[in-house]
Design a binder for this molecule. Structure first.
Ligand code: FNR
Length: 361
């Protein structure tokens, strides 16, 4: 099917992808959990936030470079972990990694990648991080970490907001099922552990799924398993963040899983403001949820993020034009971010602060 949308800004990829993806796949990608309250709130929050323009700054030495843990990045816009990318393009994560390599962007590779890590490693030399979902048995989790280390991962990002996969009702109603070619490549040869035996009085959620949710001691175990920095994605309770910092995590991804985990939690931008106030200015905070433009990226950085990640946008761009699409969407986001910096008087990412947000109402 030909695409009728002219792509001039990053969000045009969403409109274009809607014209080519089949309805169940689109519902799976675009959908959120529950009533999609959080999903909608993520984007509304950006629309509410306004900028403070400035006229006088000198840009000949301006740069968007940042250092995030051990990683030096040309721009503070990364690819969020997104599973099953072969769903929308035959080259899946390999195409995404090619784009990231070409643009020197960071990519966080999902545990549920549809392509093996060694194949991704062949096309992407640097700026790779690995997103970890704990597996029911530690030996499986340990083998995932080992593979990530062997294939050049520079950090581990462990996701803690979805021990129960809150299936999107939109995707269910559209009849979505994950096809064979998009199944997780890293989990293919793993023998599933024995099923937990439930009595008729037991709950599938309490005595079933939640028995496999990682506890604080498992995060401690993880930190001891690897020489890589460990970050946590999707924790919002401030006392839990304190506990995680006390055992040595080195950063957070402020995230509500793009409105795909617990519905009715606050939008990501609001969470970010609270987390930055709580953690102080030097603790690394990445951000995701609702970023559809470089303006959004700028607003998130002004609210306290060191860098932002894009989830759905990368899949839409991948669906529309493979590696070139992902490279193009990253370029468009960067151009928009630079425009915001230029017109708000920010010559470095460190200059972007809450002073760049309009506060006079
Ligand atoms: C995700 N996300 C996700 N997160 C994660 O930690 N591991 C994963 O495997 C996945 N897989 C995944 C698949 C799809 C189809 C989507 C849309 C999202 C969540 C992702 O990393 C990120 O938190 C959100 O996508 C950010 O919100 P936006 O940018 O999509 O609005």
């Amino acid at each position: 099917m030909s695409i009728q949308t002219t792509i001039l800004q990053a969000s045009d990829y969403e409109a274009a992808a809607k014209q080519i993806l089949d309805a169940p796949t689109l519902a799976y990608i675009a959908g959120g959990s529950g009533d999609e309250t959080t999903l909608q709130a993520n984007q509304t929050a950006f629309k509410r936030s306004q900028l403070q323009q400035r006229a006088f700054a000198e840009f000949s030495q301006a740069s968007t470079q940042i250092k995030l843990l051990n990683t030096r990045l040309r721009h503070p816009i990364l690819l969020a972990p997104v599973a099953a990318q072969s769903l929308v393009h035959p080259d899946g994560e390999i195409a995404t990694a090619q784009a990231a390599e070409a643009l020197e962007a960071g990519m966080i590779i999902s545990t549920r990648t549809s392509k093996p890590l060694d194949a991704i490693n062949q096309v992407m030399r640097q700026n790779k991080w690995f997103q970890l979902y704990f597996q029911p048995e530690h030996k499986t989790t340990a083998s995932l970490i080992k593979q990530a280390e062997e294939n050049g991962a520079e950090a581990i990002v462990v996701t803690l907001d979805s021990p129960i996969q809150s299936v999107s009702l939109r995707a269910q109603k559209a009849g979505f099922t994950l096809p064979a070619h998009a199944q997780p490549a890293l989990l293919k040869h793993i023998t599933p552990p024995q099923h937990i035996h439930l009595t008729p009085d037991d709950s599938v959620i309490f005595q079933g799924l939640m028995q496999q949710a990682p506890a604080l001691k498992d995060i401690e175990w993880l930190i001891n398993q690897t020489h890589l920095p460990v970050l946590v994605k999707g924790v919002m309770a401030l006392d839990e963040i304190d506990q995680l910092r006390a055992i040595g995590i080195q950063g957070l991804v402020v995230s509500n899983h793009g409105g795909r985990a617990l519905d009715s939690v606050p939008d990501s931008l609001r969470l970010l403001a609270v987390m930055r106030a709580h953690t102080g200015k030097d603790f690394p905070l990445l951000f995701d949820g609702g970023v559809r433009s470089g303006y959004d990226a700028f607003k998130a950085i002004a609210t306290g993020a060191n860098a932002v990640c894009i989830g759905r946008l990368q899949l839409y761009a991948l669906a529309v034009n493979g590696a070139q699409g992902v490279a193009h969407v990253l370029k468009l986001l960067r151009d928009e971010l630079e425009l915001c910096m230029a017109l708000t008087g920010c010559t470095r990412i460190a200059d972007i602060s809450e002073k760049c947000l309009w506060r006079h109402d």
